[in-house]
Structure formats: structure tokens, C-alpha cells
Design a binder for this molecule. Structure first.
Ligand code: AHR
Length: 515
């Protein structure tokens, strides 16, 4: 394979290959101007997702039989790990599960709730974790809740009444029921999903784009008339398989929903089934393309609408998911991916992509929080943090404020899917005089010596450096071993220039005050 040098910005274009050792040091330059702002970073891009799937909720965040749980059934060790992750928005109850979830099954005394056959993932749903349990959990975490309505087998009434039950201050049958079930004040849930992955034939109640658009429009009207302050997330594309018209789906759906939807939801899962590190590391190139294409479709849908009408992208399911995927997705121990270092690096590049499109991507939810394709993994005795936990934690706790457009000049490579993939993938946030620079070195064997130069400010002194890396790209964590975690390093900056050598297969976050 050939590494070439060329100039590139943050939007990545790419072609296939395996990164291999080069003779001579690889070098790059990053120029930063704090006035070149992409947009405000919405903290909601650090969202997460819990579904009634496998051991995510039942046996993950909620386990009434566990000695590790509090008196309400919430696992205390999991709660602490979630708090440290700084989850800003939590999506529930699914996922595919939501498309046959009838929320009234999950309220009232737990012992009287009906058990139902769960057809999305092949279990029996006890309904012991429902609306009150979810919204209490969100309050405990101080995270914003995001409820995804059932627009599969559900009705307009059910969706409307769920908003009324949660948000209304009027004296109605729904709000009396809420109070009878122990909650006086409305929760005022802002974010509501108009169904999940309605473009997928695997979805219960799957429809054509026209049928979904018409149905979702009526639900949207009733929901917004119940509470005009809510924000609605339309089900955009999740089906990128052969023969699917993912752009056409979004176009049609927005024709119906452009006056009512506040966000368009898109999903993307990636993997490394051919064990091709260089190509896997370029996965965010695909993400960047899809963001750009979706933004264009939104712009087209809004043409002719009032100038202040906005629709943003909600990337409300994303992650690495390929090993624990296939035909056997039925039962309790499913979708239990064990993540390694390369997965953590891909997660960091996805977060870079969201920051680099901060003007349009305003929500993102990693799928999912615990056990099911998740950064936190439990058994009956405890929990451990998977490799992907660490980049999520660093981004969510530090990359805030305004996203900055970077000039990046450095080596690129070819891989199976793309030409000209930049070896360094970067994003930056600027908040209260602090610069946070996130850099993934996609090269498997070579460090990249980089000069970070400021255009309009000076570094105020020493920078703190956090690195996620490990002995090899396949290294994993487990209950009894932590091979991948965040390690603190340092760097010195001089006036306008900071030099740093980004190690191979690493994600590095540099945080420094500017004057
Ligand atoms: O996150 C796992 C599943 O992936 C979700 O239930 C579904 O929406 C998607 O296909």
C-alpha cells in the first residue's frame, strides 16, 4: 500500500488498503482558527439508548433480584458507570421493541402488569420496567429522556395519550392515572420519536415511505396539539441494503413531515467482518457521506418553508456491531459484542464526524448502553468497562462549546472502499477559552509527528493529553483485566505552536487553554 501526502479538510473521501510500515517519519499539520466555527456542539450528541432487548434493561440497568441493586431495582454499579459517561440524552424503549410496545402495559403496580410475548427479540416482556421506571432513571442520571413511540402496531391515540400522560398539567383521565400511579407533576418529556426504523422489512408494522409519512403526520399533529413544546424525531433511513432507496425514503418522509418533524433519525452500524483494519478504520468516511447527503435532502425539503423552520439530523442509533449479529438474535444473551481497541478508535472517528457536522447533527445516541452492543458489561457479580467506553467518556465530558473547522495536511491511504483516507482524523471544540482537539491516528504501525498551529490565538502553556490506546488493535477488556483505558500524558506548547507525535492506532484528546 501507498501512503501519500495531500491536503485535506475535515470532510473525508477515501479507497482500500492495509496500512503498513513506512520508512521515514510521517508528518502532519493542523491549523486552527477559533473564528472558523462550524456550529454549536449540541450536548445531545452524547446520547445513549436502552432497549428491552437481551440484558440491556433486564439484567443490565435494572435487576430486581440482584444484591447489587437498590430498593427500586436499579443496579448501583451500572448507575455509577453511566453517570461517569455523562449521558446527555437517553432513548427508550427501542429500537425494534418499540414497534409493538403498548405503553399502558408498563404502568401501575408492577405485580399486576401483563407479561407479553415479545416478538422483536423473542422473549417474554414482563413490563416491570415501564414509563415511571424509565423517567425516574433519567432523573437519577440528570439526563434528558427521549421516548420512541410505537408507530408499528400502535395507534395515533396511544401516541397522543402517552404525551398527555407524561406532560399534561390539565385534569384529565390520563393525568389522574399518572397521579394515581404515584407521579404528581408532569415530567415534561421534550423528545419523542415517531417510530423506529419504519423503512426496514424486519420492523413490526413496516410500511412504505408514503404510508409511514401519512401515518406519522397524523400522530405528529395530535402529539404537538397535546404539548406544543415537544420535539419530534421522524424515522429516516436505516436500511442501506441492496435494493433499498435510502435517500428516496428520507425525501418522501420529509414531504409529509417537513412542517412537523424537528429531527430526521438515521441509523448506521459498521463492522470489520473481513478483518481489514485499514478499511474498518475508514468507516466514518461512509458516515460523513451519509450526513452530507441527508443534509442536502433536508435542505431541499425545507426550500419554500418559512426561513426559521429547521430540521436537524438525529443519529439516534450508531455503533460497531457485527460479531454478535446474524440469525440467532432471539432470547436473552444476544447482541453481546466484546469490543477491542480498533472498535474504540472507530467510535472516536464517529464522534469526530458528529462534532465536524455540529451545525446539522444535533442528536446522536450510541446503541446501546449496557450489555447489548454496549460500553458497559455486567454479570451477576459486577461490571466492567469495554474499550469503547473511554472515547465516549472523553468526548462527552470535554468536547463542548463550538465546533471548529480544521485545516489538516497529512498523509492519506487507500483502502478497500475509499481513496485518500486521511491517516489522522480530527475534530475540535472551543469552549470558554479552552481548546479540545480530538485526533485518531488510523495508522496501524506509524506515529505521526504533527504540528498544531493556532491562527488567531496563543497557547497559554501546558496541555493535558489523554490517550486511548493499547498493546494491539485486537486488545479487549474483561471482568478481570483492563487492557484498554485512558492514559494521561502531557505536551508543551510554545506561543502558537504545539508539537505532538500521535502514536499508531490511538485516539488522543489534547486540552489546553488559549489566550
Ligand atoms: O440496536 C439494536 C437494533 O438495531 C435496534 O433495536 C434496531 O432499531 C436496530 O436495527
Amino acid at each position: 500500500m501507498k501512503i501519500s501526502r495531500r491536503t485535506f479538510g475535515v470532510s473525508l473521501i477515501g479507497a482500500p488498503y492495509i496500512l503498513r510500515a513506512q520508512t521515514g517519519a510521517l508528518r502532519a499539520r493542523i491549523k486552527i482558527d477559533t473564528e472558523r466555527v462550524i456550529g454549536d456542539i449540541d450536548p445531545k450528541i452524547y446520547g445513549n439508548f436502552i432497549e428491552h432487548l437481551g440484558r440491556c434493561i433486564d439484567g443490565g440497568i435494572f435487576d430486581e433480584r440482584s444484591p447489587l441493586s437498590d430498593s427500586n431495582g436499579y443496579r448501583k454499579d451500572v448507575l455509577e458507570a453511566v453517570r461517569n459517561l455523562n449521558v446527555t440524552l437517553l432513548r427508550w424503549p427501542g429500537g425494534n421493541f418499540s414497534s409493538n410496545y403498548h405503553w399502558m402495559d408498563g404502568i401501575g403496580p408492577r405485580d399486576r402488569r401483563p407479561a407479553r410475548l415479545e416478538m422483536a427479540w423473542g422473549t417474554v416482556e414482563s413490563n416491570r420496567f415501564g414509563t415511571h421506571e424509565f423517567l425516574t432513571y433519567a432523573e437519577m442520571l440528570k439526563t434528558e429522556p427521549y421516548i420512541c413511540c410505537n408507530l408499528g402496531t400502535g395507534t395515533w391515540n396511544e401516541a397522543q395519550q402517552w404525551v398527555e400522560y407524561c406532560n399534561s398539567s390539565e385534569d384529565t383521565a390520563m393525568t389522574r392515572l399518572r397521579k394515581q400511579n404515584g407521579r404528581q407533576a408532569p415530567w415534561k418529556v421534550t423528545h419523542w420519536g415517531l417510530g423506529n426504523e419504519m423503512d426496514g422489512p424486519w420492523q413490526m408494522g413496516h410500511r412504505s415511505a408514503e404510508d409511514y409519512g401519512k401515518f406519522a403526520l397524523e400522530a405528529a399533529k395530535l402529539m404537538k396539539w397535546t404539548d406544543p413544546n415537544i420535539k419530534l424525531i421522524a424515522a429516516g433511513s436505516s436500511n442501506f441494503g441492496p435494493g433499498s432507496d435510502w435517500t428516496g425514503w428520507n425525501r418522501t418522509v420529509l414531504q409529509f413531515l417537513r412542517q412537523h418533524a424537528d429531527y430526521l433519525a438515521i441509523h448506521l452500524y459498521v463492522g470489520n467482518p473481513r478483518n481489514d483494519f485499514a478499511d474498518f478504520m475508514a468507516s466514518s468516511v461512509e458516515l460523513n457521506h451519509r450526513i452530507k447527503t441527508t443534509e442536502g435532502i433536508i435542505d431541499a425539503a425545507l426550500s419554500g418553508q418559512p426561513g426559521n423552520r429547521r430540521i436537524y439530523i438525529a443519529w439516534d442509533e450508531w455503533n460497531v456491531w457485527y460479531r454478535a449479529r446474524g440469525n440467532a438474535e432471539r432470547g436473552r444473551r444476544i447482541l453481546e459484542e466484546h469490543y477491542n481497541l480498533e472498535d474504540a478508535l472507530v467510535v472516536a472517528t464517529f464522534l469526530n464526524a458528529f462534532v465536524n457536522h455540529a451545525h446539522i447533527v444535533k442528536i446522536a445516541n450510541l446503541a446501546q448502553l449496557v450489555n447489548v452492543i454496549a460500553p458497559i458489561f455486567t454479570n451477576e457479580k459486577g461490571a466492567f468497562l469495554q474499550t469503547i467506553y473511554y472515547p465516549l467518556q472523553l468526548f462527552a465530558n470535554n468536547t463542548r462549546g463550538q465546533a471548529l473547522e480544521l485545516f489538516l495536511d497529512g498523509p492519506t491511504y487507500k483502502c478497500a472502499r475509499f481513496d485518500d483516507v486521511p491517516c489522522l482524523d480530527a475534530s475540535a471544540g472551543f469552549d470558554n477559552g479552552s481548546l479540545v482537539l480530538n485526533v485518531v491516528n488510523r495508522h496501524q504501525t506509524q506515529p505521526i509527528e504533527t504540528e498544531v498551529a493556532l491562527e488567531d490565538k496563543q497557547f497559554s502553556g501546558a496541555a493535558s493529553v489523554s490517550e486511548v490506546n493499547g498493546p494491539d488493535i485486537k486488545a479487549e477488556n474483561d471482568f478481570d483485566k483492563t487492557r484498554i483505558k485512558t492514559v494521561e500524558r502531557s505536551a508543551t506548547a510554545d506561543g502558537r505552536s504545539l508539537r505532538y507525535s500521535f502514536p499508531p492506532h490511538s485516539y488522543t484528546m489534547i486540552k489546553v487553554k488559549l489566550v
